[in-house]
Write a protein that binds this ligand. Sequence first.
Ligand code: AMP
Length: 212
Amino acid sequence: MIVVLLGPPGAGKGTQGERIAAHLGVPKIATGDVLRAAVKAGTELGLEAKGFMDRGDLVPDAVILGIIKDALAQPAQAKGVILDGVVRTVPQAEGLAAVARELGKKVDVVLAFDIADDALIARLSGRTMCDVCQTPYTGKNRGEKCAKNDGGTLVRRRDDEPDAIRTRLKAYREQTAPVLDWYVAKGAQVAHLDAVGSVDDVLKRALTAVGR
Ligand code: AMP
């Protein structure tokens, strides 16, 4: 089962994606995590992506399509995969459909996270992340230790600074929101999710939406 999580930054795709993946017993892939790991490791991919990410701009489609191809070909994804933030433009949606088709698969469900801008801005500006394992936190301060005891310290993502947040929301509205219309036009199963509420409540809605 391929599940695409679509929604603006800060909507909770990462948090819910982890939980949905654990519930279904399939892996989750987040292009944001892949790119941040590449930036940290200083690879060619990381060097190419860093400037775009720091500004809050989308990384070019060709780079993302390379990641999608590699990721879907992994044997771990035989049972399915949760794609978090992986599809943010119509060409990426087309590319994913083509890669899935080659593998005899298709996108089964698109989960659209609905949330208002003021709630997003409050979430993103209050968010920190472990500098080792990338686990995101809300309600914890910079400098605190990661709860996973991996020696990590909580930092603010550079793209959670106010200027970058504005750019990311603009990119979402202009480039990612049309992806939803594209899936609807293609007859995909698109389920809307009220993304405001406790983590457990939103998870229940998400599992109902994917039929579990
Ligand atoms: P995220 O962690 O999902 O908020 O992603 C962080 C940043 O990585 C985004 O603001 C983009 O710069 C980049 N990124 C992640 N996924 C994509 C994608 N599918 N297309 C383009 N850029 C992406």
